[in-house]
Ligand binder design. Structure first.
Ligand code: PDD
Length: 285
């Protein structure tokens, strides 16, 4: 697999970034994870605009205009002959002397990594996964806004370590006030009495592109949907629950902290949205 590093496609062994890169030294950068279906990057425009928003939020100037970044992403698929793919773009502050001042780094570093997309085991979708509500709280938006898709991932990694200790597939973080925020790499939804709920953006979460599409699909399917401040009991008493992100799409959650959600099986509204998502992907051109 050839990796893109600052305009060049290099082999895995040659693709290197300096130890003085502020992405390495400080986690100072932004990224996006995308999926390509049949050689087309799903919602690339939305990912690029979120990349720009994240970069603006940390006062990072992107090294190329967005359309050129889009071209580099497509080129990464072409040179690697990929159709069904995972794509990650990462832009860090760049190489500079040790110190926090961004002015120490004259040029950002841009890296694109791709790999063939390996489908998740079908059992995950057929049976659902276990999640754990972790003690680690999601970053306060006034400290490090979760709306920024930054490469500084320690908040999520500490939560992930905690959830792994319980054997859960994903850890769900609460916000500073104890409202349900999001998973370590996913957004979360619950269904109760036929209504779909997901944490409102004001909770302090990433505005997931999959989350937005699921809300749109729910409207299309006439499933009432609400974004609101959610208590942990809104999850534990739910009839159905699922998580979303670009790579897993819509993934049923069937246990929370070891207790079954509803019947303990993926629910009908979850399954309807899983199908609607697949249908959307199929018709994406
Ligand atoms: N993660 N919340 C967090 C904290 C995330 O990291 C992600 C995505 C999401 C879902 O966003 P989207 O639907 O746009 O993928 C929510 C990606 C998959 C990652 O970290 O690789």
């Amino acid at each position: 697999m050839l990796a893109y590093v600052n305009g060049k496609f290099l082999s895995r062994d040659d693709a290197k970034v300096s130890v003085f890169d502020h992405g390495f030294l400080y986690g100072d950068g932004v990224y996006e994870t995308m999926r390509a279906y049949r050689g087309k990057i799903f919602f690339v425009g939305k990912h690029l605009s979120r990349l720009k928003q994240s970069a603006d939020a940390i006062s990072l100037t992107l090294p190329l205009p967005l359309d050129k970044i889009g071209e580099a992403l497509n080129e990464a698929l072409t040179v690697n002959k990929l159709n069904e793919a995972y794509i990650r773009i990462q832009i860090s502050r760049g190489t500079g002397e040790i110190g926090l001042d961004p002015a120490l780094c004259p040029a950002p570093t841009m890296v694109i990594l791709t790999r063939p997309f390996k489908d998740y085991p079908p059992e995950l979708y057929a049976n659902g996964v276990a999640v754990a509500i972790v003690q680690t709280r999601r970053n306060h938006p006034l400290a490090l806004d979760p709306a920024i898709k930054g490469t500084n991932f320690l908040n999520n990694i500490i939560a992930k370590i905690e959830s792994l200790r319980t054997g859960a597939y994903e850890g769900i973080m609460l916000n500073w006030k104890g409202y349900v925020a999001e998973g370590t790499i996913s957004n979360i939804f619950a269904v109760r009495k036929g209504i779909l709920y997901t944490p409102a953006l004001e909770t302090g979460i990433l505005e997931g592109i999959t989350r937005d599409l699921v809300l749109h699909l729910a409207r299309k399917e006439k499933i009432p949907a609400q974004e609101k401040l959610m208590r942990p009991k809104d999850l534990t008493r739910a009839d159905e629950c699922f998580i979303t992100n670009t790579t897993v799409e819509v993934l049923p959650v069937t246990t929370i902290d070891g207790c079954p959600v509803g019947s303990g099986r993926p629910g009908p509204i979850t399954e309807k949205l899983m199908r609607a998502y697949k249908n959307e992907v199929q018709h994406y051109v």
